[in-house]
Ligand binder design. Structure first.
Ligand code: A2P
Length: 318
């Protein structure tokens, strides 16, 4: 049996440090109990403040929360995994994570905390032409480090993000403690059916990031407004029939197909909208017509953005 993650989480990517503590507090107040954090989001201290405030105000206890964070690319060497996780825990003001994930199957040269934290993608940002610096640390070494974190009780569960089927098959061949969660981009324009089927075959729970599709990438110039699945006539017709919003239909499709979803929003109304998915159901026909929107459109592709933003060609998907 795959582990039980709360079906709807609150995504923390791109929430500014100024807004983040309040957003986390509001999200918990609205009813979110699953928070999806990462070192690389640069806001873990503020996430920790939001959690602490919510617990102090009696909105929840630590045990009621599912807190996920992610190991950044520069900490893949076995000797760096523990200090990276401990830094995340200190920032979040927590004793343990519910889930620690390898953020990307991309190993970059180590950057010490006192040089830069979070270190992000390029090795030396002040160079005239900053580039990424691969470290050559193999993923099996990183996984050994992750297993040690689970054994120490610093992370109750461990898993990976952004792995494709080949990497997942390979990981299953050597993992002593099997990964329990796979987090991948998935929405109606990128349904990832084979990868999700493979993950389920291996009993992994699957979390879909960017579950609303293009919305997240408009501000980054990585998508165009016309690519929004929320405007698709298939989705809007279902939403109208059910008297729900397009976002609710798309998120419900994600949950109903057995993935957890982690939409981000800094607006309390949208937070509420995005978590209100359990008073309606999609029919099999609805589910199929939404799944049939798939066009394999990946918005979060290192093969594109690393070259555009970091002067480094670094594809991980074909
Ligand atoms: P905002 O924070 O302004 O609400 P992600 O894909 O990383 O989860 O981000 C979701 C994106 O979609 C954000 O840009 C967010 O913007 C927007 N968004 C969140 N909820 C909704 C919603 N219910 N309807 C439309 N857009 C939404």
């Amino acid at each position: 049996m795959a582990i039980d993650i709360p079906a709807i989480g609150f995504g923390l990517w791109k929430i500014s440090t100024d807004d983040c503590a309040t957003a986390v507090y509001d999200a918990i107040k609205v009813g979110y109990r699953h928070l999806d954090s990462a070192c690389d989001y640069g806001n873990e201290k503020a996430v920790g403040e939001g959690i602490a405030r919510a617990i102090n105000d009696g909105l929840c206890n630590r045990e009621d929360l599912w807190v996920t964070s992610k190991l950044w690319n520069t900490y893949h060497a076995q000797e760096h995994v523990e200090s990276a996780l401990k830094r995340t825990l200190a920032d979040l003001q927590l004793e343990y994570l519910d889930l620690y994930l390898v953020h990307f199957p991309i190993a970059l040269e180590f950057v010490p905390f006192d040089v830069r934290y979070p270190p992000e993608w390029v090795h030396d940002p002040v160079e005239a032409m900053p580039v990424m610096k691969p470290s050559g640390v193999p993923l099996h070494e990183t996984w050994t480090g992750m297993e040690a974190m689970q054994a120490l009780g610093l992370a109750k569960h461990i898993g990976v993000c952004n792995y494709n089927s080949g990497l997942l098959q390979d990981l299953m061949s050597y993992a002593k403690h099997k990964p329990e969660v796979l987090q991948i981009e998935s929405h109606p324009y990128l349904t990832q059916e084979k990868l999700i089927r493979l993950a389920k075959h291996y009993d992994l729970a699957v979390t879909a990031f960017s579950p609303l599709g293009a919305a997240s990438y408009l501000e980054l110039d990585m998508a165009e407004a016309k690519e929004s699945v929320l405007a698709s006539s298939v989705v809007t017709a279902i939403a109208q029939r059910l008297n729900k919003t397009a976002a609710q239909v798309v998120l419900r499709w994600g949950v109903q197909r057995g993935t957890s979803v982690i939409p981000k929003s800094t607006g309390v109304e949208r937070m509420r909208e995005n978590i209100s998915l359990f008073d309606f159901e999609l029919t099999d026909t609805d589910m199929n017509s939404i799944s049939n929107l798939n066009i394999n459109r990946r918005f979060n592709d290192p093969g594109d953005f690393c070259e555009a933003a970091f002067n480094t060609f670094y594809p991980i998907y074909d």
